[in-house]
Ligand binder design. Structure first.
Ligand code: HEM
Length: 384
């Protein structure tokens, strides 16, 4: 539906941007918005801190999952020694950290401990106020689906975290890269649901009158998120396989644009796509340009359809962010995966995901300009 008639309403581009924070603070759902924002911030912290735990090789330091008693760290010298003795039975200590002292152990222990503790607190911070809001009717039951899903998601994520860690405690000293990616994606899904619920509160979910005319823009915006999620998943696989170290050059890899044997590291050939570090790294470094292309597609449609200024500017920001993210990814490779840069790369991926969801929400629900409703067929301008 992007034919020649897709013109812009004069002045639509000059419509003022949506006062997000004003809406956020003054909406009748202010308490719910603040609650969701706090939970969201904590999930972002957990994802980035999870990256720190992984990159400092701390994730396998606590070899048991004690849901209740694990809230406290060892409190006496004896308890520390006991904990360290248990860790000494693990493949990571046996194969990699044999010279580790108790002091070194305390460092990796506390990293993992903080991650688990904040995760517990975040789950509580979500679930307890949820009961309160449901009880008070601030969240009506008919709208409670997304919140109940997030609550269940937290429980699932706790289990998934342990399921991931347990894969590194049997014989090899690293976790399954599939489970690591699943854990990353589940965390991002929780974040995405909190963010979407917040956007629903701030902007509402009333279907706009010109909905049929937006179908192509909506479809493209959804495709952009799907492509981004595929890229993020590949990022997780790269991280889990430590495949960032497979090559430290870009754009060439082993001196070639397409290195030989990409599909012959393991059998059958298709397993290379998800299991061979070099191949997974290769896909991740180039699939980024598919993300760029999809984002450009959304920008093009938003311009052509005269979507209001904030959407067009939002997609422009997103285009800039994708370029920045590619530059960070390349730098991660060139500088051989420095911890801080890898974390910045991860943080930018989260920002990109949130930006893409924001744009999807606006493209879906932004209301048309009042004067655009009865106007001619050619009117396609959209505004909040
Ligand atoms: C839109 C573009 C991109 C997105 C959304 C993205 C996203 C991600 C994500 C989510 C991770 C996993 C982080 C973690 O779980 O700790 C990751 C890891 C990684 N990415 Fe990207 N990435 C992009 C582009 C690139 C590019 C262009 C390169 C290289 C040319 C690259 C190189 C890497 C490397 C080496 C890692 C592993 C770092 C580590 O071991 O911590 N990325 N990426």
């Amino acid at each position: 539906m992007l034919g020649a008639q897709a013109s812009r309403l004069p002045g639509a581009g000059e419509t003022p941007a949506i006062p997000f924070f004003e809406e956020f603070m003054h909406s009748s759902n202010k308490a719910i918005n603040i609650w969701l924002a706090m939970v969201g911030f904590l999930v972002v912290f957990l994802v980035i801190f999870g990256g720190w735990v992984r990159l400092t090789r701390s994730g396998l330091s606590i070899v048991e999952w004690k849901i209740i008693t694990g809230i406290l760290p060892p409190l006496t010298q004896e308890a520390w020694e006991q904990e360290f003795t248990e860790y000494q039975q693990s493949p990571e200590f046996q194969k990699i950290n044999r010279s580790m002292t108790l002091e070194d152990y305390e460092f990796i222990y506390y990293n993992e401990y903080i991650h688990r503790l904040v995760a517990r607190l975040t789950g509580m911070l979500f679930v307890l106020p949820l009961f309160y809001f449901l009880w008070k009717g601030a969240i009506p039951w008919r709208k409670s689906g997304i919140y109940l899903l997030i609550g269940l998601g937290f429980a699932f994520q706790g289990w998934l975290g342990w399921y991931m860690v347990s894969s590194g405690l049997i014989d090899r000293p690293s976790v399954s890269h599939y489970r690591l990616t699943a854990h990353l994606l589940a965390a991002l899904t929780l974040l995405a649901l909190c963010f979407w619920a917040g956007l629903n509160n701030v902007y509402g979910t009333e279907r706009p009158l010109d909905r049929p005319q937006r179908k192509s823009a909506q479809a493209l915006a959804i495709l952009m998120v799907v492509i981004l999620v595929v890229q993020i998943s590949y990022g997780g696989l790269v991280a889990g396989l430590k495949a960032g170290h497979a090559s430290n050059s870009w754009p060439l890899m082993f001196g070639r644009l397409i290195p030989p044997g990409l599909l012959s590291y393991v059998e059958p050939w298709w397993k290379n796509l998800v299991e061979a570090p070099v191949t997974v790294h290769y896909i991740h470094r180039w699939f980024a340009f598919v993300v760029l292309l999809a984002t450009f597609g959304v920008y093009w449609v938003a311009r052509k359809r005269g979507f209001y200024t904030a959407v067009r500017q939002g997609v422009l920001w997103m285009l800039g962010l994708v370029c920045l993210q590619i530059a960070f990814g390349v730098s991660v490779i060139w500088f051989r995966v420095p911890v801080w840069l890898a974390l910045v790369h991860q943080g930018t991926a989260i920002t990109l995901l949130l930006a893409s969801l924001f744009l999807n929400h606006r493209i879906r629900y932004a209301q048309p300009l009042p004067q655009a409703i009865p106007a001619t067929k050619s009117v396609k301008a959209v505004v909040n």
